[in-house]
Design a binder for this molecule. Structure first.
Ligand SMILES: CC(C)(COP(=O)(O)OP(=O)(O)OC[C@H]1O[C@@H](n2cnc3c(N)ncnc32)[C@H](O)[C@@H]1OP(=O)(O)O)[C@@H](O)C(=O)NCCC(=O)NCCS
Length: 233
């Protein structure tokens, strides 16, 4: 526990420009307090004293707004900025020098048992409100954008944003052409299926309404008005 103390404190000092003194961090930073208390709870958990571990974790949640299951594995120099609303599940594993902002969930999808929470590599940044769900791996040096929902593995040195999470940078390079097979968008896929079915029905009824849709690869249009417009161009 004590061996992590210095690195945890240094992590806040180096990564939060607003941190003015170690004294302030120690006494007022809820994220720092949550990590310190988690290390204590985790010690009890590893020694089979689950009741005591749970008690500390629940008190920590009350004091800081951060809920970390005592079984979660947390590396050195992890910094939870602001704290409030962070939830970290039992089988989550977090590497070294990770930064987590408020409102982040490292949770399960509700469909898995056993190892069901994410494994986060070293030097990862997880933006405010991001949800990282399931037994997935977040590669070293990656960034998860604020508000993202990540359900698939993230390679090293990548940036993932959006719902569901899409890689916008891999190895520091911008990804222009997203590979939808690797990062599927279930809602868009469903729209595509519905559009295909509507098109078949319209053909059967010989009704040709506007078929413009963001989900169509060729955003074709078929109503009388729209056909004219299309012809003009
Ligand atoms: C994702 C993030 C880390 C930037 O990473 P980056 O690798 O430098 O990526 P870029 O800024 O080059 O952005 C790449 C693309 O993703 C978009 N993007 C960035 N962050 C996004 C987000 N959170 N949600 C959706 N899209 C986002 C950018 O607009 C850009 O799109 P473009 O290629 O069409 O221009 C940053 O935007 C972010 O979300 N940080 C979280 C910080 C935070 O939570 N702060 C809380 C402080 S209280």
């Amino acid at each position: 526990m004590a061996r992590h103390f210095k690195t945890d404190l240094e992590a806040v000092m180096t990564r939060d420009p607003a941190a003015t003194s170690k004294f302030t961090v120690f006494f007022t930073y809820s994220g720092f307090k949550a990590i310190r208390r988690h290390r204590r709870a985790n010690w009890f958990y590893r020694h089979g004293l689950h009741g005591m571990a749970r008690f500390i974790a629940q008190r920590t949640k009350k004091k800081t707004g951060v809920e970390i299951h005592p079984g979660a594995t947390i590396g050195e120099g992890v910094f939870i900025d602001h704290g409030m609303g962070v939830v970290i599940g039992e089988t989550a594993e977090i590497g070294n020098n990770v930064t987590i902002y408020q409102g982040v969930t490292l949770g399960g999808t509700g469909k898995q048992k056993g190892k069901r929470h994410p494994t986060v590599g070293n030097n990862v940044m997880i933006g405010a409100g991001a949800k990282v769900l399931g037994a997935i791996n977040i590669g070293d040096n990656s960034k998860i954008g604020a508000g993202s929902v990540v359900l698939k593995d993230v390679p090293e040195n990548s940036t993932v944003v959006g719902v569901p999470g899409r890689a916008v940078r891999v190895l520091g390079e911008k990804v222009d052409d997203l590979d939808q097979n690797k990062l599927p968008d279930p809602v868009l896929e469903e729209f595509k299926r519905l559009n295909d079915r509507i098109a078949v029905l319209e053909d059967m009824l010989n009704v040709h309404a506007c078929r413009y849709s963001i989900s169509n690869d060729n955003q074709f249009i078929n109503s009388d008005n729209m056909t004219e417009k299309k012809d003009e161009t």
